[in-house]
Design a protein around this ligand. Structure first.
Ligand SMILES: NC(=O)c1ccc[n+]([C@@H]2O[C@H](COP(=O)([O-])OP(=O)(O)OC[C@H]3O[C@@H](n4cnc5c(N)ncnc54)[C@H](O)[C@@H]3O)[C@@H](O)[C@H]2O)c1
Length: 315
């Protein structure tokens, strides 16, 4: 049986990943500080004898035995990562070093959850892995963007210098059940506002585009990358289908049957205008591409949000 450590395992993506790994017969340890994740996400897994939860902050070293590590621990939404930017840098630098050190000691293969934010406000569309990015190092998003960039550098250096078996997933916008209600990201914001009948805030005129990947597609991509064997160069995982922000808001209003109206507000600083993954490498290397349509993914997400909002889930 393969023993898998998922840091950030109580978070949005981590909790889905833990469930799928258990379904595939692995033993799974979720290590999470519960900074932005919640136990509720992993509650259904607790009764599985192959699952363990460890409350742990990866800024501190951890000593366990495992064969594979998915390093997902890091606050991922601007609301959470800007709450304490220095801490966000620490998670990405000290935390990633600790997890790489553990991978080295155990001889485990590690997958680093990187992000499309390493491309910043890109000047190349769509973004291939070879693009070096356009990041403001002193802007409000820098703690996350630059943190994730240095985490990639650490992966490269532990791989080249210490022979650590590591791979890097550059994850683009992902959505689905278990997203935090208060994370301020596009889909969760729109859903919450629509379900409460509040005005839906669009930053800018809504013509900026994003591409959204449903979480089950992403999890499949992460597992395929982990299992594809040695390779440390980053691989983009995301949905290349571009949608305008206005289009997403309108779909959500329609799917929730909401009476909310769309209102425009100024764009936040350094908000990228366009972001779209080039996934040719993932297709070729992993035979992977997203298969869940936006409508199907949104329907599952709406059902989850409805249950939580009407069940008065605490934030
Ligand atoms: N969701 C996306 O669209 C997206 C896009 C790109 C990259 N990512 C990356 O994927 C990973 C998971 O993102 P998510 O959307 O599930 O976010 P999330 O906030 O739901 O999950 C992150 C988890 O990490 C935990 N955590 C934070 N700091 C920690 C620490 N110091 N020690 C231990 N645990 C800690 C949180 O409590 C949370 O459970 C993150 O690394 C994120 O940067 C996500």
């Amino acid at each position: 049986m393969i023993r898998v450590l998922v840091t950030g395992g109580a978070g949005f993506i981590g909790s889905h990943l833990c469930r799928v790994l258990l379904e595939r017969g692995h033993a799974v340890i979720a290590a999470d500080s519960l900074f932005s994740g919640r136990k509720r996400n992993i509650l259904p897994l607790m009764s599985n004898p192959r699952f363990e939860f460890m409350r742990h902050d990866i800024i501190q070293p951890l000593f366990i035995e495992c064969d594979q590590i998915y390093n997902l621990a890091c606050p991922a939404s601007p609301v959470h990562y800007q709450y304490n930017p220095i801490r966000t840098v620490k998670v990405n630098v000290l935390g990633t070093m600790n997890v790489l050190g553990l991978a080295k000691r155990c001889g485990a293969r590690m997958l680093q959850a990187s992000t499309s934010e390493v491309y910043g406000d890109p000047q190349v569309h769509p973004q291939p892995e070879s693009y070096w990015g356009h990041v403001n190092p002193i802007g409000p998003r820098a703690c996350y963007d630059e943190g994730k960039r240095i985490a990639e550098t650490l992966c490269r250096d532990y791989h080249v210098g210490n022979g650590v078996d590591v791979c890097i997933a550059r994850i683009f916008n992902t959505y689905g059940p278990h997203m935090a209600l208060n994370d301020g990201r596009v889909v969760s914001n729109f859903l919450l506002q629509a379900l409460r009948g509040e005005p839906i805030t669009i930053y800018g005129d809504g013509s900026q585009t994003r591409s959204f990947c449903f979480v089950s597609d992403l999890v499949e991509g992460l597992i395929r990358l982990m299992e594809c064997g040695e390779r440390f160069e980053p691989v983009n995982l995301g949905n290349p289908e571009e949608r305008t922000i206005r289009e997403i808001a309108e779909r959500i209003v329609s799917l929730t049957g909401s009476s909310s109206k769309l209102v425009e507000e100024p764009l936040p600083q350094d908000d990228p205008v366009r972001r779209k993954p080039d996934i040719r490498l993932a297709k070729q290397l992993l035979n992977w591409q997203p298969s869940v349509s936006l409508d199907d993914g949104l329907k599952e997400t709406v059902a989850d949000f409805q249950a939580r909002v009407h069940g008065h889930e605490e934030w």
